[in-house]
Design a protein around this ligand. Structure first.
Ligand code: NDP
Ligand code: AKG
Ligand code: MG
Length: 418
């Protein structure tokens, strides 16, 4: 058992473990949670009640989650003087599956993203964000029901690796000198070298392959008919372009994909189905998900593209109030489930925002744990409650004749509808 400086493991319950046969989930698993900053406490209060109710309604007394609070962000800083205590990493490491609320990242200076740090330190390389439509949700597009995609966003590389040099610092001067000495042709492309800051974007073959493999395996298991590599490889040839090429090579080598005539697209057969592996440049993709969303199923993309695409796609099906996600390492089984949105600080403490993103992240977590009956209860309750037009402010402002509920009341409505 992990030794903690400030935490005490719950005495009831057991850890989830990874075995040769996959995840072993006891009937009373200990699941660490981070409440989060800003709206975190509001949405977590509603979400934890909904998750407990779903488990109870599905399994009675036979199963129960033993919640284990761990700390990051402002709460950790206030209590322990640290933004991301080692205890928290150790607890998630030991219990494998965790769920978190959003954590604040200041723009410009200050701490780097704790959200990104958690993903990188635990090597949770796949950020999985399903985007689907619930009937009745207000949408800015004409046929939102055609949006049904699952984004696989690479979570550990790209510009998020944090290799940046701030203009005016010694580090930036050293980096500039190195660039000037060793790569004078590239240095001369720096338009204003005296004041430029720099960022480096690592993208590797291994990093690409494990992410694309996760997307391909998901497409096979979930009965999807395409995997699309989304990149900006025309401009960033050796990072985003390489992502595309390595993705196609993996499809050929590991899945037996065969090139179609006249282009780079491939197909392969699985379980009597043809799965297409294709690619699209990120800017074109962003317009096509508005004009022809039904042409896309599983999306594999790099870290920054995945961040942009997640919010853009969420907007088509009601916004980031209903956009769940998971950060997963499919080899170790470690996973942290979290909403796509952030801390929405202007709404903090008002019991106002939509808790659906974190509730649906919890639904993904239950499914990941194999507790599908409880997960199904959440989906059914979500469908019923939205069709009853009982919604939070974000949907209410765009819906005719809806009843506006507080965050906690929306949680109550879901429980009532289970
Ligand atoms: N994984 C994480 O923990 C993430 C953390 N962040 C961090 O969060 C902070 C704030 O970021 P910001 O750019 O404002 O983005 P946010 O996602 O926090 O909020 C942007 C807008 O999205 C809408 N929104 C967000 N959450 C909900 C919800 N639960 N229900 C309904 N609407 C919602 C609100 O729209 P409206 O104003 O229209 O009502 C809100 O103003 C930053 O520090 C950022 O770094 C950001 C993303 C992810
Ligand atoms: O870490 C952050 O503050 C932002 C992260 C983010 O936007 C995301 O993961 O979608
Ligand atoms: Mg984001």
């Amino acid at each position: 058992m992990a030794e903690y400086q400030h935490l005490t493991t719950p005495t009831d319950g057991e850890s989830i473990q990874m075995t040769a046969d996959g995840l072993h989930v006891p009937d009373r698993p200990i699941v660490p949670f981070i409440e989060g900053d800003g709206i975190g406490p509001d949405i977590w209060a509603a979400a934890s009640r909904v998750l407990d109710a779903a488990v109870e309604k599905a399994y009675g007394d036979d199963r129960q989650i033993e919640w284990f609070e761990v700390f990051a962000g402002e709460k950790a800083h206030d209590q322990f003087g640290e933004w991301l205590p080692q205890d928290t990493l150790d607890a998630i490491d030991a219990h494998l599956v965790a769920i978190k609320g959003p954590l604040t990242t200041p723009v410009g200076g200050g701490i780097r993203s704790l959200n990104v740090a958690l993903r990188q330190k635990l090597d949770l390389y796949a950020c999985v964000r399903p985007v689907r439509y619930f009937t009745g949700v207000p949408s800015p597009v004409k046929e939102p029901e055609k949006v049904d995609m699952v984004i696989f966003r690479e979570n550990t590389e790209d510009i998020y690796a944090g290799i940046e040099f701030e203009n005016g610092t010694d580090a930036a001067e050293t980096f500039k000198a190195l660039l000037k000495e060793h790569f004078p042709d590239r240095f001369q492309n720096v338009r204003f070298p005296d004041t430029a800051g720099f960022g480096i974007k690592p993208v590797s073959k291994e990093g690409t392959e494990r992410l694309v493999k996760a997307a391909m395996d998901y497409a096979i298991a979930d009965g999807r008919d395409s995997v699309t590599l989304v990149h900006k490889g025309n401009i960033m040839k050796f990072t985003e372009g390489a992502f595309r090429d390595w993705g196609y090579e993996l499809a050929d080598r590991e899945y037996g994909a065969q090139k179609l005539d006249g282009g780079p697209w491939r197909t392969f057969e699985r379980d009597g189905r043809t799965i297409t592996v294709k690619d699209v440049i990120a800017d074109a993709f962003l317009q096509q998900i508005l004009t022809r969303p039904d042409e896309y199923g599983v999306i594999a993309t790099l870290n920054l593209n995945g961040d942009y695409v997640s919010d853009a796609l969420a907007a088509e099906v009601g916004g980031i109030g209903i956009a769940p996600g998971a950060n997963i390492n499919y080899q170790t089984g470690k996973a942290i489930f979290e909403a796509t949105h952030g801390t929405a600080p202007k709404y903090a403490g008002q019991d106002k925002v939509n808790p659906s993103s974190v509730i649906l992240s919890g639904e993904m977590m239950l499914r990941y744990m194999g507790w599908t009956e409880a997960a199904d209860k959440i989906i059914d309750a979500m469908e019923t409650t939205i069709q009853q037009k009982r919604v939070t402010y974000d949907f209410h402002r765009q819906m005719e004749g809806a009843t506006k509920l507080k965050c906690s009341e929306f949680g109550d409505a879901l429980i009532e509808n289970m």
